[in-house]
Write a protein that binds this ligand. Structure first.
Ligand code: SF4
Ligand code: SF4
Length: 566
């Protein structure tokens, strides 16, 4: 069960960065104060946005379902506190693009009153994995490490897949962020209980818990909690290992921690599950424990509020939808050094223009950075092909080549260099002596390729629609012709299948024959009327007229046979 008994591996590159973590670990996790308004985006996860089932004026209780999931890759949203829905409207949300999105706004009543929750599961081991996944889904749990992928999907290995290893990611390698560190220190038992539940859902053979060696308190708390659980539930704790891993950025990235703990490489464009490994976050494990053992939906998370720009950096348990400015206020407000506000850490985070944005399921840190912590970007210079970026890339990409093709907008070529394997860790840009914002170029290229892909999909749909239409027209034509053919055949059959004409046609032909004979009798050639008397000419025109009528009649008769019946 210790690091001594398990071998560790290294991934390529990486950086030793100043952690700056101590400033927010000096005090225990506190509960965030309830704000007057909670702003809840309908999309706080990867996938389809949830759909509201409440309207303005509705009273809601804490934990009540307010928006249900739509589609498979989607999760519901629950009220983080009791109050009244005041509006459902577009609001500014935390996103690198600065966009707004549909949100449910709740005016809190200050009582923070829970709804009547369903009965907790007395023994999760008696639940089948599918029922367990449904419970996880209904409680709105997504990966709390930052990606926000619905957790129930990651707990579903599929019918043919067997999971060998479940990894619990306690690396938290990005500077400044300490929410997982504090969670391990204070809630180790819940984390391990959540781990056992996830393990049951996945039926994983072994569990590996990786904790960076710059978190000795967290490691000790986890080991102690594990020993306590082991004494009570011996059968469940087989093949669980808590491992100290070297502190190097980005060890907490999913593919990198897989390599460090198992020595296996996740294939290009692949996922850990492709090699029988599933990775979950510390916060996700706690949320799973609450969902199964307490029947509580996910309504809050731990957020690190830190940086030289805030007076009292700390970790807060924050109800979703709480505006960031309320949290800053609770932390004593801004210092004079505040320069910019970053959501996430300094390496992978993004700058926000305002603090009026709400906390969502994927926000783990608000960094109130000073000038020294987040200096303005320096002027970009040409690439000198020094190769420093390649040395530090943990995915073994060629950032300078990718930069070149992104700059040239050669989006086919850049994909040959595995652009989509880039985890946007920022190591390459951090070491670049020419101050090239490499990650911006890679994000730009990805966005353009996605846009092109969307356009292509649209034109493919239009082409397919046209092909279907043409196919339908051709099919209808063929069916019409077939009907005509059958009709003619039936007609022939009704005439006894012989060469006899039908009575109408026979009558017409007999009449025409009589006209011809009459002409012969009176010695008239209807085509030559020279030298004929007036009487003879009149008779000829009468006969000719009659012949024409008969011919027209014959034509009409023919047409009625050929006209299709629709
Ligand atoms: S580190 Fe910068 S200058 Fe050096 S090769 Fe990479 S992109 Fe070019
Ligand atoms: S941002 Fe992408 S290219 Fe740059 S070091 Fe990280 S993974 Fe490699």
């Amino acid at each position: 069960m210790t690091a001594k008994s398990k071998r560790l591996w290294h991934f390529n590159g990486g950086l030793h960065l100043p952690g700056n973590k101590k400033m927010s670990t000096g005090q225990p996790i506190a509960r965030a104060r309830l704000p007057k308004h909670l702003i809840l985006p309908l999309q706080q996860h990867i996938g389809e946005p949830a759909e509201p089932i409440v309207k303005a004026g509705d009273k809601v209780l804490k934990g009540q379902l307010i928006a249900h999931a739509t589609g498979y890759v989607s999760v519901p949203v629950h009220a983080p506190s009791s109050g009244t829905v005041v509006e459902i409207s577009e609001q500014a949300v935390p996103h690198p693009s600065g966009m707004s999105a549909p949100c449910i706004v709740i005016e809190t009543d200050g009582h923070d009153e829970w709804m009547t929750l369903p009965k907790p599961v007395p023994d999760y081991k008696k639940m089948n994995p599918s029922a367990l996944r449904n419970r996880i889904r209904e409680t709105g749990i997504v990966g709390l490490g930052g990606a926000g992928f619905p957790s129930f999907i990651k707990m579903n290995p599929g019918a043919r897949m067997s999971i060998d290893t479940l990894i619990l990611n306690g690396a938290e390698c990005e500077p400044y962020i300490t929410c997982d560190d504090m969670l391990m220190r204070e809630h180790a038992k819940e984390i391990l209980s959540g781990l056992l539940i996830i393990r049951h859902a996945l039926q994983a053979r072994q569990c590996l818990i990786g904790i960076e060696d710059n978190k000795p308190e967290a490691y000790a708390a986890m080991v102690e909690a594990f020993e306590n659980i082991r004494k009570q539930q011996a059968a469940d704790t087989d093949n669980i290992h808590i491992l100290k891993i070297p502190t190097i950025y980005p060890a907490g990235s999913e593919k990198q921690i897989v390599t460090v703990l198992t020595g296996k490489e996740v294939p290009s464009n692949g996922l850990p599950i492709d090699i029988g490994i599933v990775c979950h976050n510390m916060g996700t494990a706690v949320a799973t424990y609450h969902a199964v053992m307490r029947s509580q939906p996910l309504v809050s998370r731990i957020v690190t509020i830190t940086g030289q720009g805030v007076k009292n950096p700390c970790n807060l348990d924050v109800p979703f939808g709480t505006p960031i400015k309320d949290l800053i206020e609770q932390c004593g407000g801004y210092t004079e050094e505040i320069k910019r506000m970053i959501i996430g850490g300094p390496m992978m985070g993004y700058t926000m223009p305002t603090d009026e944005l709400p906390i969502t399921k994927t926000i783990n840190c608000v960094l109130c950075a000073s000038e020294q912590e987040a200096p303005d970007p320096r002027p970009q210079m040409p690439c000198i092909r020094c190769g420093e970026c390649t040395k530090v890339c943990p995915v073994q990409l060629l950032p300078q080549q990718m930069y070149w093709y992104s700059h040239a907008k050669d989006f086919d070529k850049i994909q040959d260099y595995h652009l989509f394997d880039c985890i946007e860790c920022g190591c390459c840009a951090y070491v670049c002596p020419s101050h090239i914002p490499l990650v911006h170029y890679f994000r730009y290229a990805k966005t353009e390729i996605w846009a092109q892909e969307r356009d292509k999909q649209k034109s493919d749909i239009a082409r397919k629609r046209h092909e279907f239409r043409q196919e339908r027209i051709d099919r209808e034509k063929a069916e019409r012709e077939e009907r005509m053919r059958k009709k003619k055949e039936a007609l022939k059959k009704s005439q006894g299948g012989s060469n006899e004409l039908d009575p109408k046609k026979a009558a017409i032909q007999a009449a025409m024959e009589r006209v011809r004979k009459k002409n012969e009798e009176i010695g008239i050639n209807p085509k030559n009327t020279d030298g004929l008397t007036e009487e003879q000419q009149r008779k000829i025109s009468e006969v000719d007229e009659r012949r024409k009528r008969l011919q027209q009649h014959e034509k009409d008769n023919e047409h009625s046979i050929n006209t299709p019946i629709d």
